[in-house]
Ligand binder design. Structure first.
Ligand code: PMP
Length: 389
């Protein structure tokens, strides 16, 4: 396990004069804090003996029911029994890696992919094989070719890890036409799909797409990861895995040895919130706020980026993926950007193979629209300066 090379710069990026387009923190100040306070206070008063006691490693049954209602919004029909509640979806990712991966195993992922997933697979000494994406998400023919090549090399992978909707970091969504093809390619190759979907409900425009898990030919083709971090609050650390029974049983055993019991307190707080509050209205409010920020970023990019810079236009989620003109290096440029009071994440962290130098991830979730505009303006100046060097 190694620390990210850019972590030191993030301390600098946290200074108030720096516009940070780096972090992916949800904007929890948009939550109705009085309501959350009332829900948790009531929980302690009425159910304190349960909420403050040890619980099970699989998670509170009533929350697992509520989670099935949340997943139904993306077309998934699931049984509460097949849900394992975890400490954020991050823990689900870790537990899946723990039960499936042996040192030297290969995991297939999109390129670029979620940085912490790379780190988690690396912690279990797995190797990563990337598959390229385009504007419609991962390319099924390329996926098929990578799986065939790995098999021919005697490295048949166990998992295809994918963030199909509003991907972190690329902001790209796997098209509806490609979804069945991706499932089919993996099913034929005997590779389990690990679908990580924390952003699916944060759609700002376009038609909703169904989760991959919703249309899997067999329930055991996909392990699905979900989270309340973006639709409610990341500080509660409540996420989940929906898994076929055999995998679910191992996840529960792995969770037991990792943490004994999930926190009944935070799970019951989320469950009460879902059962007593208009949570879908809150998601709508989040969507409106983030849509305005997404639009501010896209408008500012169009206004301030020098010729030759390109970027994705995400229909949801938190991230825009920008590509610099030939010859520029986003990682080498970062200290100069921070000196100009703007920060981003260089693309290299999202590749396991040293790729990504010409790319950067720009988040629009946290700063308000006018700060986003200012940050992009500063970044445009830095890139323009760089192209003159
Ligand atoms: N997967 C992806 C793609 C993410 O972007 C994140 C959050 N940054 C996570 C998983 C982890 O989320 P959680 O807070 O549920 O652990």
């Amino acid at each position: 396990m190694i620390a990210s090379e850019v972590r030191a710069l993030f301390a600098v990026a946290a200074r108030p004069e720096v516009v940070s387009l780096a972090g992916g923190m949800p904007n929890v100040s948009a939550l109705p804090l009085e309501t959350v306070s009332a829900v948790t206070a009531d929980l302690v008063l009425r159910e304190g003996a349960v909420a403050l006691q040890y619980g099970s490693a699989q998670g509170v049954a009533s929350l697992r029911e509520s989670i099935c209602d949340v997943m139904a919004l993306e077309g998934i029909a699931a049984r509460p029994d097949d849900v394992v509640v975890t400490s954020g979806s991050q823990q689900a990712l870790d537990l899946v890696a723990r039960i499936f991966l042996d040192p030297g195993d290969t995991v297939v992922t999109e390129a670029p992919t979620y940085v912490t997933a790379i780190n988690t697979f690396a912690a279990y000494q797995a190797r990563i094989a990337h598959v390229p994406m385009d504007g419609e998400g991962v390319i099924p023919e390329a996926l098929s070719a990578v799986l065939a090549r790995l098999r021919a090399e005697g490295r048949a992978p166990k998992l295809f890890y994918t963030v199909p909707t509003f991907q972190n970091p690329a902001g790209v969504t796997l098209s509806a036409a490609r979804r069945p093809r991706v499932l089919d390619v993996c099913r034929r190759a005997g590779v389990l799909v690990l679908e990580d979907n924390p952003y699916g409900l944060l759609r700002y425009d376009g038609e909703p797409v169904r989760a991959l898990r919703a249309d899997a030919a067999r329930g055991h083709d996909v392990v699905y990861l979900g989270s309340f971090s973006k639709t409610f609050a990341p500080g509660l650390r409540v996420g989940w895995a929906l898994a076929p029974a055999a995998v679910r049983d191992k996840l529960v055993l792995a969770a037991e040895s990792a943490i004994l019991s999930q926190s009944p307190f935070t799970q019951l707080a989320v469950d009460r919130y879902l059962r007593t509050q208009p949570w879908q209205d809150q998601i709508k409010a989040f969507r409106e706020m983030y849509r305005e920020r997404r639009d501010a970023m896209l408008d500012a990019l169009a206004a301030y980026m020098p010729l030759g810079v390109t970027w994705t236009a995400p229909a949801g989620g938190f991230f825009v993926w920008a590509t610099l003109p030939e010859g520029l290096d986003a990682k080498a440029m970062l200290p100069r950007a921070v000196a100009a009071r703007v920060a981003y994440v260089p693309g290299t962290g999202f590749f396991a193979d040293g790729g990504g130098r010409a790319h950067m991830r720009l988040s629009f979730c946290y700063p308000p629209p006018e700060r986003i505009r200012e940050g992009v303006r500063r970044l445009g100046d830095v890139i323009a300066e760089e192209t003159r060097l």
